[in-house]
Design a protein around this ligand. Structure first.
Ligand SMILES: Nc1ncnc2c1ncn2[C@@H]1O[C@H](COP(=O)(O)OP(=O)(O)OP(=O)(O)O)[C@@H](O)[C@H]1O
Length: 283
């Protein structure tokens, strides 16, 4: 029996391909309470996206399972909205239309046209994007695209919001602004969030708990760190906060001492991995 609003129970994941059998995840168990903000952190390639994709229903676990609000996950669904690092807006639709398309799909039969329009505008207002309703994705910045992606995800009223490195491709200032917006939105809406990050500060700043994964193959959860900091959190005040710095230190110790990455980086992943390592080391 699981106790979480979102529960992963004994999740194993093995990929079989030309290069043989690759056990990526082993015995992942996690109970997430309703309204909880969880970050998933671990070295590149350990299996974080695989966990998120299993929760999203994009991948089926080799064994074990996922439950969201007492229902087993067996396919993608609007109750689990995903925001990826590389914004996935439809390039031929405007900002408004990119949110509208989700709202039409979910609420096309249950809300009037006026209510749907208001809901699209409400979600775009939440991420401060009402000034650019008629612009195409090619006409707005990377940070703005992420804002629209977040508005689209929120407009679906998901039970669980899945964020796969949502701020990873943004410059530091834009990232900080967007983090603050997501923190504000989460405090208003009480979303249940599972977020992948490589940024230790981001994990501590935003999360109620930080889930640290061991290195692969056969990665599992190595440590779960509660972040007992009151909300709202102020990033400037936190820089001097003992609890904040203790949490940060715990994660750094896990990543760079207990789970120090020793193997060479695979050629195909090298640029992505180096960029992420750089972010993490600067943390
Ligand atoms: N569809 C797939 N088929 C085969 N192998 C896969 C598939 N998806 C992921 N893998 C493998 O699973 C492992 C974990 O990948 P995953 O992308 O989940 O890691 P990650 O921790 O999210 O990495 P990163 O931080 O670099 O994004 C890797 O070895 C990857 O090659």
């Amino acid at each position: 029996m699981s106790n979480g609003y979102l529960s992963l129970s004994q999740v194993d994941m093995t990929f079989t391909g030309a290069s043989g059998i690759n056990q990526v995840l082993r015995n992942i168990n996690l109970d997430v309470a309703r309204g909880e903000y969880i970050s998933l952190i671990g070295h590149s390639g350990c299996g974080k996206s695989t966990v998120l994709n299993i929760v999203a229903g994009l991948l089926r676990a080799s064994s074990g399972g996922v439950i969201v609000d007492n229902r087993e996950v067996d396919a993608p669904g609007p109750d689990r909205a995903v925001v990826f690092q590389n914004h996935s807006l439809l390039p031929w639709l405007t900002v408004y239309q990119n949110v509208e398309i989700a709202v039409e799909k979910i609420f096309g039969r249950t809300r009037t046209a006026a209510e749907r329009r208001e809901w699209v505008l409400h979600n775009l207002a939440m991420v401060n994007m009402t000034h650019a309703l008629d612009r195409l994705p090619s006409e707005i910045s990377g940070g703005m695209k992420q804002r629209v992606g977040i508005a689209r995800a929120l407009s679906m009223e998901p039970k669980v919001l899945l964020l796969d490195e949502p701020f990873g491709a943004l410059d530091a200032l834009t990232r900080a602004h967007l983090q603050d917006e997501v923190i504000r939105i989460q405090s208003e809406l009480g979303n249940t969030v599972l977020m992948i990050t490589h940024d230790v500060d981001e994990a501590v700043l935003m999360s109620d708990r930080v889930v640290m994964m061991t290195n692969g193959p056969s990665a599992t959860i190595g440590q779960i760190l509660p972040v007992p900091l009151e909300r709202p959190r102020n990033r400037i005040a936190l820089a001097e906060d003992k609890v904040y710095n203790h949490c940060r230190q715990e994660i750094l110790t896990f990543l760079y001492e207990k789970q120090r990455k020793v193997e060479t980086i695979h050629a195909g992943r090298s640029m992505k991995s180096l960029a992420k390592a750089d972010v993490a080391l600067r943390a």
